[in-house]
Every structure is written in structure tokens, then in C-alpha cells.
Design a binder for this molecule. Structure first.
Ligand code: BGC
Length: 738
């Protein structure tokens, strides 16, 4: 990663060139004399105001919309001059030293993929649920910092990252970009990823605001949900992540919420985001998410993204100027929009630390990706200590399926990263949007061969089930890789694995009881063969250097410590909405009813309905054993702190997560209110102090317009998963407002 000092040197040089001044100690003050907004001792707000005052009306309008800079632009839309190929571009205003905004898709790495920039590559992080499953803020921060530094070194200063839509729908094609079903876990970890990005002087978005929790009908569907329910679920995740991560921009989503498009939704943008949360940054529309000029602007949208290609028309130019002339929009609002954009640029350091070509160390960055998977892969099953494998002793290992001889699967759509080495399995359908289907070239087969040099490690593709079973039968262990490609713009109609893979696993498990399944998938899948296999390791889309991470996890060099950030339903009948109409094609319905579960997303739904999912939220196995408890609570008003002792009683080093759940009076479902991950050597123990988030003890009161403690007896329990809790301790809280 590039050092701060190196970045600063480049910043100073660029400033000197722009100013045409000699370098030396007089430069900074000369620069701030002529351009007082460059005075870094002033607040971002003050600097934005100073610069705003210098802008002409045309320059203001220039900042209010980006252009699409993809090579697949329609022929009648010329490529924006000076842009790098990317999702969005705003030209610089040189006379005032305002840099261009160069926006790349992101979240799982700099997605200026081969689709955008043939020949370019970046380091792919594992899927979002892997980072969430780490339950480790440091892991999320490091991943963010890694992709932020790559973006900066490629010349991008905006990353369209921060995916945080809650997993209400396990079939959602984009779950792999997000951070699971729980507002606290998602909110706290996505905040860290955003901080990591922005500490590299790259603005991060948080997206998609809000309730874009499925892809089916995403451009038309109206999400129906009550105000209290959304404030306590999806919006709480955004609230926590925005408060802690301070993203420079919020991307409003495609869908409607309670009748209004998210990008012209006064409730979401003006009332919640800007009034209640006092958000000082800017809202940009999703690509094709803007639907008007005056209505959108007056509802709080600050910048239209690539409207000339994706919206019906480019609203934030001529139509907005016309609306202004007619008095439908005020000049003060135009100024506010511009000021918000400039403020975020100053706050993140976009002026001071210009993005530009700089060397990237791919090995250092791959290590970040590998360690993310090593922290977040979840061991779902491990009968009779099937794992870890002693790779030094095994003579024969069968590796089967999922192109494990070539690489690991990635999820599809705008977040797709092209890794160094390109697509390991090119040509699979669909090859165009939302494709290509991409395999990152980090083959588990090679990594297992490297880790077990004395064993014969043989590969079977898996298409020929009998051949795979025969290989498994003559091997001491069979490792079967199974996969499900999921993508932006499409949900999965069901939870099944495609391409006869269930039959493959069953046949292999029958041939060899020491069968280990490694899953590469976007969200929970049905596993009809679960009882027949020895072990299951969930890696979602495992990202950079995944082969090595998987070998490390299977061999026990790394002890799995991921815990599920989603509940894993046994089947679709357990979901709030058993059907997902039009997921398999056809016309989507006009609306989707989220009032069914309301704020009871994921485990809260299962608990409130007495349903037992296959694996509960927070669940994951280890190669060692831990004990937790006893729990003590220290209450100071509504500030609760839990103290709990976690001990490693097994023979291997490993990490566990202390998860604290609260049951508010009268509720059937509990809520995660605090957590802490701890690494312990064998025999070691640690007393953890875990603060509880007061909003998880409260209800959002629509009439009082705030978080309210209903008062009474609150039951607090801690354990290694949402369903494995120690003795609960009751706390009495008096009613009141937070
Ligand atoms: C996606 C966004 C993405 C944008 C730009 C949209 O289709 O929903 O997440 O950032 O495209 O590529």
C-alpha cells in the first residue's frame, strides 16, 4: 500500500504545477492566498462555502451530473473527453483547481473490469458476506483500505462501494455484495469498509438507499413497509454505517418505497437522511434511478448519475435549469447540492491528495483478500472431525468440481472485478451483461497440491458423476467444490444448486464418507445431501488468493472463525414470502410486501414464528472449543455494558465471537446489540467488555419521532450464535427517550 508520505509528496507537486509557482516553503501559503478554500485548517464546510462562491452557474450545473464513461456507450453519445473508462465521470474545473470526479464500481475491489478497461485488473476481495462473517471491524477496514488504495493508484477518487441492503430475500442476486441480515453487524462492518476506503482519499458511497433488497423488478417495484419497521431494520443499518463511516455520498436506489421512487423520495432523503441524521454529504442516483428534475431535487437528490445514458433524459441539466427558471426549484437548493458535493471532496481529501497513477503491490493486496477469507469462511459442518486434514500424512486426495483446477467463481454484475490473469474459465454463458461468468485464477487444486506435496491430488471435473465417484472411491479424502453463479439484475427462483451438482455430491459421498464440500455461492443454498457428507465449508465467492486460503482452512493452518451473517433457511416454506414472482422470468408484480416481516428480518423472523432454520444467524464451527460466561451487566442509564469471559478449552488456537442479544419486553425475537471477536491460544481466556447499541434496546416511535425505550424488564444473553445462548440476565429499564 502506498505510504501517506508518498501521497503527500505527489499532492504537493501537483499543487505546484497547477499554481505555476515554484516549489518551496512559500507555496502552501501562496496557494491558500489565491485559493483560500485550499486552507486545510478550515473545516470542509467552510472550504466548500468559499469555493461555491467562486463558481459560475454553468460550473455549478457541471457538478450536478456525471457522464457514463463505459466503452459500451450508445454510438450517439460520445465518450466524455478526458475521462478514464469507468461508471461515471465529471470533468475538472481547472480554473479553480477542482479535480475531475472519476467513479469506479467497487465494494469487492476496483471493478474497472475488462468490460470497462480491457487489459486492466485489480485485486478481488471475497464477497461481502465473507467480510461480514468475519465479525471483525479490522478485517472490514483493511479490505476497504486495500481497494481504496488500488482505486487511488489507478486515478479513481470515487468508489461506488458500501453495499448494505439487508438480506431479506435469500434468493436476491446481489446478496453477495452486501453484509447480511442484521442492522448492527452490517452497519458496523460496512462503516469500517467505508472508513478504510476514505482514509485513502477516495470518496465512498453507501448504497442502495433504500430497501432495494431484491433484484426482481428492481426498476419498477414498489416496496411496501411501515415507517417504524424500516427505521428499525434497513434504515438502521444505513444510520449506523453513515454515522460511523461518514461516506461522502449516498446512492439512492432504483425501486419505489411506499409509492415514491427512492431517488425522489422526500421521506428517505430529506426527512430521514438529511434532517434526522444530519447527513452533510451528497446523494447520487443509481444508474437509471432518476426520474425527474424538480421533484427529485426538492426531495433531496443532489447529483444525477450518467443520466444521458441510463435515465429517460438528462434531468439535471436543461430540465433542471428550466425548473429553476419557473421557480419550481430554488437557487439556494442548487447551491446546497453543489456545496454538499464540494464538502465531501474536501472532507475526504480529494483536492489535497489527488488520485493518479501509482505503483500497486499485488502481493500485499492479495494477502488482504486471502486473510479476509481466512477470517470469514464459515465451517457449517464437521462430523467426526473430518477436518482439519493432515495434508502431510494423506496419500491421496480427490478434488472435484466447480473448475477447482482453474479458479474460483465470482458473482456477476457491476461489482465484478477482473483479477490479474483474467478469467480462468472464459466463454461460459452469459458472456454479456449481466455476465461474463468469471472465475478468478486462484485454483484450489494447485494450492492443495502445494500444501500436500507428498499426496497424489487428482482432479475430476464433476460433469461425469460416475468418474468423480470412482476417483473419490480410490482416494482417502474427497473435496467437492460446488457453485452457484448469482448476479446483479437477477434473483434466483429457488435455493437449489444448478447442473446436477446435488447428484454429484451424493455419489461422491456414497463412494467416500470422508467427503468435504466447499461452497461457492451468493447466498444460502439447499443441501439435500448434508447428512451424507463429513464437512461443509462456506466460502461464498472467495476472491483473491482463495485457493491458498481454502487449503489453509482445510488443513487447519488457519482455524475457521467465520460466523453466519445470515440465517440459513431449511427451505423456501420458512421465508416470509415463499414465492418470488417473476424471478424466473415474466412480468414482476407492481409491489412487494415487506410489512409481512417488517423489522423482523432474518433470525428475528424465524424466532418470532418459532421456525428452526437449518443454520441460525451467528453460527459457525471451529477446530477448537470455547466456553463463554458468566455474563455481567453494567447499566448506566441506557448505556449498557456486558462483561463476559471467553476461554479456549481446546487444543488449537482460534477465534470466537461473543454475541450479545437483547429481548425487549414483550418481544418474541431477540436483537443483536453488541459483539466482539477474540483470538485465543489453547488454554487462554479473556474477559471481554461489550457496549450495547442503545438503539437496539429501543423502538422507533413514529409519533414521538425518535428512539424510545418502552421500559420494563430486558433480557440480555450472550453466546456463540443467536440460538446458543448462555443464561439470560434481566435488566430493568425505565421508559424514556434516547
Ligand atoms: C448498480 C450500482 C452501480 C451502478 C454503476 C447500477 O446498475 O445498481 O450498484 O454502482 O450500476 O455501475
Amino acid at each position: 500500500m502506498k505510504s501517506k508520505a508518498a501521497t503527500l509528496r505527489r499532492a504537493v507537486l501537483t499543487g505546484a504545477i497547477v499554481m505555476g509557482l515554484c516549489t518551496g516553503s512559500g507555496m502552501a501559503s501562496a496557494q491558500t492566498l489565491t485559493r483560500p478554500w485550499n486552507d486545510t485548517t478550515l473545516s470542509p464546510d467552510a472550504r466548500a462555502k468559499l469555493l461555491l462562491a467562486q463558481l459560475t452557474q454553468d460550473e455549478k450545473f457541471q457538478l450536478l451530473h456525471s457522464y457514463y464513461a463505459g466503452p459500451d456507450r450508445p454510438a450517439d453519445k460520445p465518450f466524455p473527453k478526458g475521462a478514464m473508462a469507468s461508471a461515471g465521470y465529471i470533468a475538472p474545473i481547472d480554473r479553480l483547481g477542482i479535480p475531475a470526479l472519476e467513479e469506479s464500481d467497487a465494494g469487492l475491489g476496483v471493478a474497472s473490469s475488462s468490460r470497462m478497461r480491457p487489459g486492466d485488473h485489480a485485486t478481488p476481495l471475497p464477497a461481502g458476506p465473507v467480510t461480514a462473517a468475519s465479525w471483525d471491524p479490522k478485517v472490514a477496514y483493511r479490505g476497504g483500505a486495500m481497494i481504496g488504495s488500488e482505486a487511488h493508484s489507478k486515478g479513481f477518487n470515487v468508489l461506488l462501494a458500501g453495499g448494505i441492503n439487508l438480506t431479506r430475500e435469500p434468493r436476491n442476486g446481489r446478496n453477495f455484495e452486501y453484509a447480511g441480515e442484521d442492522p448492527l453487524l452490517a452497519g458496523t462492518l460496512v462503516a469500517e469498509a467505508i472508513k478504510g476506503i476514505q482514509d485513502q482519499h477516495v470518496i465512498s458511497t453507501i448504497k442502495h438507499f433504500a430497501l432495494n433488497d431484491q433484484e426482481t423488478g428492481r426498476n419498477t417495484i414498489n416496496v411496501q413497509i411501515g415507517e417504524q419497521a424500516m427505521r428499525e431494520s434497513d434504515l438502521l443499518a444505513f444510520e449506523l454505517a453513515i454515522e460511523r463511516g461518514k461516506p461522502g455520498s449516498v446512492m439512492c436506489s432504483y425501486n419505489k418505497v411506499n409509492g415514491d421512487w427512492a431517488c425522489e423520495n422526500d421521506y428517505l432523503m430529506n426527512q430521514v437522511l438529511k434532517r434526522d441524521w444530519k447527513y452533510p454529504g451528497f446523494v447520487m442516483s443509481d444508474w437509471g434511478g432518476a426520474h425527474s428534475a424538480a421533484k427529485a431535487v426538492n426531495a433531496g437528490l443532489d447529483q444525477e448519475s450518467a443520466g444521458e445514458v441510463f435515465d429517460k433524459e438528462l434531468y439535471f441539466d436543461a430540465p433542471l435549469r428550466a425548473a429553476l427558471a419557473k421557480g419550481e426549484v430554488k437557487q439556494s437548493r442548487i447551491d446546497d447540492m453543489v456545496e454538499r458535493i464540494l464538502r465531501s471532496m474536501f472532507a475526504v481529501g480529494v483536492f489535497q491528495y489527488p488520485a493518479g497513477k501509482a505503483p500497486i503491490d499485488p502481493q500485499v493486496n492479495l494477502k488482504v483478500a486471502r486473510e479476509t477469507l481466512e477470517s470469514g469462511a464459515v465451517l457449517l459442518r464437521n462430523e467426526h472431525d473430518t477436518l482439519p486434514l493432515d495434508l502431510t500424512k494423506l496419500q491421496s486426495i480427490a478434488v472435484i468440481g466447480a473448475h477447482a483446477d482453474k479458479g474460483v467463481l465470482a458473482g456477476g454484475g457491476s461489482s465484478l472485478v477482473t483479477a490479474m490473469g483474467g478469467n480462468a474459465v472464459p466463454g461460459l454463458a452469459p458472456t454479456t451483461w449481466p455476465g461474463p461468468v468469471m472465475y478468478h485464477p486462484y485454483a484450489p487444486l494447485k494450492a492443495l497440491r502445494d500444501a500436500a506435496p507428498k499426496a497424489g491430488v487428482q482432479f475430476a471435473e464433476g460433469n461425469d458423476v460416475a468418474a468423480a465417484a470412482a476417483l473419490a472411491a480410490k482416494s482417502q479424502v474427497a473435496v467437492v467444490f460446488v457453485q452457484k453463479w448469482q448476479t446483479e439484475s437477477l434473483d434466483s427462483p429457488d435455493m437449489s444448486l444448478p447442473d446436477n451438482q446435488d447428484a454429484l455430491v451424493e455419489a461422491v459421498a456414497k463412494a467416500n464418507p470422508r467427503t468435504i464440500v466447499v461452497l461457492e455461492n451468493g447466498g444460502p443454498v439447499a443441501m439435500p445431501w448434508l447428512d451424507q457428507v463429513g464437512a461443509v465449508l462456506e466460502t461464498w465467492y472467495p476472491g483473491g488468493d482463495a485457493g491458498k486460503a481454502i487449503a489453509n482452512l482445510l488443513s487447519g493452518k488457519v482455524n475457521p472463525s467465520g460466523r453466519l451473517p445470515v440465517s440459513w433457511p431449511a427451505d423456501l416454506s420458512q421465508l416470509p414470502r415463499k414465492d418470488l414472482p417473476a424471478a424466473a422470468g415474466g412480468t414482476p408484480p407492481d409491489a412487494v410486501d415487506y410489512t409481512i416481516e417488517g423489522a423482523n428480518v432474518g433470525y428475528r423472523w424465524y424466532q418470532s414464528k418459532d421456525i428452526k432454520p437449518l443454520f441460525p444467524f451467528g453460527y459457525g464451527l471451529s477446530y477448537t472449543q470455547f466456553t463463554h460466561g458468566p455474563l455481567k451487566i453494567d447499566a448506566n442509564g441506557y448505556q449498557l455494558k456486558v462483561t463476559v469471559d471467553v476461554a479456549n478449552t481446546g487444543a488449537r488456537a482460534g477465534a470466537d465471537v461473543a454475541q450479545v442479544y437483547v429481548r425487549v419486553p414483550g418481544a418474541k425475537a431477540s436483537r443483536l446489540a453488541g459483539y466482539s471477536k477474540v483470538f485465543l491460544k489453547p488454554g487462554e481466556h479473556r474477559t471481554l467488555t461489550i457496549p450495547l447499541e442503545p438503539r437496539l434496546l429501543a423502538d422507533f416511535d413514529v409519533n414521538k419521532h425518535g428512539w424510545v425505550i418502552r421500559g420494563g424488564q430486558y433480557s440480555v444473553a450472550e453466546g456463540p450464535s443467536s440460538e446458543t445462548l448462555g443464561t439470560a440476565v434481566d435488566v430493568q429499564l425505565t421508559a424514556g427517550k434516547l
